[in-house]
Ligand binder design. Sequence first.
Ligand SMILES: *Cc1c(COP(=O)(O)O)cnc(C)c1O
Length: 404
Amino acid sequence: MTREDARALDRADPLAPFRDRFALPEGLIYLDGNSLGVLPRAVIPALADTVQRQWGERLIRSWNEGWIDAPQRLGAKIAPLIGAAADEVIVGDTTSTHLFKALVAALRHDPARRTIVSEAGNFPTDLHIAEGAVACVAGTALKVVDRADLAAALDDDTAVLLLTHVHYKTAERFDLADWTARAHAAGALILWDFSHSVGAVPIDVTAAGADMAVGCTYKYLNGGPGAPAFLYVARRLHDALANPVSGWMGHAEPFAFTDAYRPAAGMKRWLVGTPSILAMASLEAALDLWRDIDLTQIAAKSAALFAILAEAGAAAGLPCVSPTDPARRGSHISFRHDHAYEVTQALIARGVIGDFRAPDVLRLGLTPLYLSHEDVWRAGEHLRDVIATEAWRNAAYAERNAVT
Ligand SMILES: *Cc1c(COP(=O)(O)O)cnc(C)c1O
């Protein structure tokens, strides 16, 4: 792959026009959109309007002028990205909080089934929250096993199988329909975490028959730092599952101000407290961008960007830990190096932002909406140079930051 080859791919790229919809700093090659997505330009006026007019002028009247329905309205905008119906998704809280609510609900669904099964090396919060959920439901347990042992771990005690669709470190992707069917064959529910796949790969929860899912909106969906997360529950389970965090926003009639809790119908029962409207406003503007996007084009471009870095990594002698088959991975590429932290810092010093995942992984996010093939080609050249010249050995690169 030459620079000219990359430029030719850019000229033929149907997604190239979307780059201008983002406020990407000049000269920066940003390969961390899988951790914090880039600011969409439309967010700036949307937030200004929310602050100045909706809050500043309309004040409390704004709750009846669109604020109170934001969790449902934004859920309906995320639904097409995961193949759900508009009324099967709600937005609010964090991914961690949604995980807790969904796991406790699943544990209480069928008292004969007492176990959460999940994968060793899953994203930390997923396992920490699962530990917290079993501590809240008497007689339940968490079974964490290696990926290779997951199928054998499912049995008639399994209440729910918790899987992260795309692995945050390696980018390995579970087959959505296949693993949903396996959980169902064991009589269990399945709860998917789409944090590293929504907006990165095509998802169809309806075709797969999935029960529940959660996901992050500040990664590939560009909703802003700490943007509210989403929860999907299949309509057939809407009445059967109960939110254990029974707050007033999930009440059937919050403004009846009654003492006793009565859950709302549909997804509204999964709300807890008052939604963060400023965070909702930036997320909504970011989501509106996806109306015009074809996820099969995203997947095709992601594969092309991956190939460019895979070639550069191979030339640099770096072992790639991500699957070679695009259908079996998400939209990032990870390399192993004993000094991956220092390599990451050396790249950042050159304006190529990726990240480090302990203990030895350099992770580079590939976001087709705002990266060009030439950007990624240039990143590959920097990577080869940093390895070949051992530029990473500079002592300044070994100093650890709190967020890596
Ligand atoms: C990013 C990510 C999260 C984030 O959870 P928060 O509650 O937003 O901090 C959770 N799970 C997975 C798999 C992730 O990749």
